[in-house]
Design a protein around this ligand. Structure first.
Ligand code: IFM
Length: 443
């Protein structure tokens, strides 16, 4: 992979630099919280590639001071972490987040909590989970509790992380928790998460929050060919990934043909609630483009996922680009085109954008490939900004090597290496590169 091309271009003053993590992937201390659907899922044989669980993960609950010090030394402005809803339900659970927020504030790092990053409490799942409308209401109650406790120090909130992945991987394909294989019958999960976003935003505003966002995953969809069967399949995939969640939030409407499939007596009223003043900024998690074609006769495979032949599209391998250890193609230009495409599609309805995740899986602590990845994507981001997209921040995924869901501990996304046997943290070359790049931005 190519090395970097010297100093990064200058980002505007006030641009927010950050690193991201999520609760289930780093916290450990599983015995001190209620179970989540991921605990249950990872206990089922064959679900997780290396047979591991996140019971210990990065032992972050015990080591959060050391981790906050690493964030401080890196020199970023903000730390995006998530709260574990099951921990908040458990005695003393919120005390941990209270201490974490205090520690961040003491180091001058802005806390940016995500309120849901896939670890639904089992108790909520047993009442129907996201297939039930009542989960959105329960989520808003939990958010009210969190905001009452942390709202005096937290200004910037993220309601949900990647509801598209949680719907598709968790409820349509069964590759993530809770392991349901409902295909298009999973659509209520999308609607109820959007409703939860709307209700949570209302609860946060009532608690005085002034900066609310959501972290949605997006990436350009490339049709496998000009054949109408391929372009139609790619259009559908693109609608599901790039519009099913963004259109309701930004336009107050579902893409054509989807509103009729959503649950509830008054979807139009829900859409009003979902879209009205619920976003001060729009979070984009970007990793890669996807090449999509017409369905194939047999099941497909993509990044370790099985894609059943019944799907109305198939995902094809992208060639001609370097790939990460996950097999994901490295295409920085696709970040530029994604953002300029969003600006074209949504115009003034698109609020300022923050890149809430971007990063890559590579082994090793002399991670020159990660440096080249980050360098390339930051330049691509700068090009999108020069073309008029209002981008206000960039968060690297991830601070630490962590538990990568169905991949277990086999994929390392961290700027900091974690030895999972000893819990020793070792900053990688990419950590030092980012630290120096941030110093140069501020010089
Ligand atoms: O680790 C995940 C994260 O939890 C959500 N976004 C993508 C990351 C890499 O797969």
């Amino acid at each position: 992979m190519a090395t970097t091309a010297g100093a990064l271009p200058s980002f505007p003053p006030g641009f927010q630099w950050g690193v991201s993590t999520s609760a289930h992937q780093i916290e450990g201390a599983a015995d001190r919280r209620a179970p989540s659907i991921w605990d249950r899922f990872s206990a089922e044989p064959g679900r997780i590639k290396d047979g591991s669980t996140a019971d210990t993960a990065c032992d972050h609950v015990a080591r959060h001071r050391e981790d906050v010090a690493l964030i401080g030394d890196l020199g970023v402005d903000a730390y995006r972490f998530s709260l574990s809803w099951p921990r908040v339900l458990s005695p003393g659970g919120l005390d941990f987040y209270d201490r974490l927020v205090d520690e961040l504030c003491a180091q001058g790092i802005r806390p940016v909590p995500t309120l849901f990053h896939w670890d639904l409490p089992v108790s909520v799942a047993e009442a129907g989970g996201w297939l039930e409308r009542s989960t959105a209401t329960r989520f808003a109650e939990y958010v009210t509790t969190v905001a009452a406790r942390l709202g005096d120090r937290v200004e910037q909130w993220i309601t949900l992380n990647e509801p598209a992945e949680h719907t598709l991987l968790g409820h349509a394909l069964g590759e993530h928790a809770p392991g349901a294989k409902l295909l298009f019958d999973a659509l209520p999960v999308a609607h109820h998460q959007l409703l939860a976003h709307g209700l949570a935003a209302r609860a946060l505003r009532a608690a005085g929050a002034r900066s609310i966002g959501i972290a949605n995953s997006h990436g350009p969809t490339w049709p496998a060919s000009d054949d109408p069967a391929d372009t139609a399949a790619a259009d559908l995939y693109d609608t599901i990934l790039n519009r099913l969640f963004a259109d309701p939030l930004l336009l107050g409407a579902y893409p054509e043909g989807f509103a009729e499939l959503m649950p509830g007596d008054d979807v139009a009223a829900d859409l009003k609630l979902i879209s009205e003043s619920t976003l001060d900024w729009y979070g984009v998690n970007y990793y890669q483009p996807t090449q999509v074609g017409a369905p194939t006769a047999s099941d497909g495979e993509f990044s370790g996922l099985t894609l059943p032949a019944e799907l109305p599209f198939s995902v094809r391998e992208i060639t001609g680009h370097p790939v990460t250890d996950f097999g994901w193609p490295v295409v920085p230009d696709a970040l530029t085109s994604l953002l300029t495409g969003f600006r074209e599609r949504y115009g003034d309805r698109l609020p300022p954008v923050i890149i809430t995740e971007n990063g890559c899986a590579y082994e090793g602590t002399d991670d020159q490939d990660r440096i080249a990845y980050l360098d390339g994507h930051l330049r691509a981001l700068h090009r999108a900004m020069a073309a008029g997209v209002d981008v206000r921040g960039y968060f690297v995924w991830s601070l630490l090597d962590n538990w990568e869901w169905a991949e277990g501990y086999t994929k390392r996304f961290g700027l900091v290496h974690v030895d999972f046997a000893t819990q020793a943290r070792t900053p990688k070359a990419s950590y030092r590169w980012l630290r120096d790049a941030l110093r140069a931005q501020r010089a």
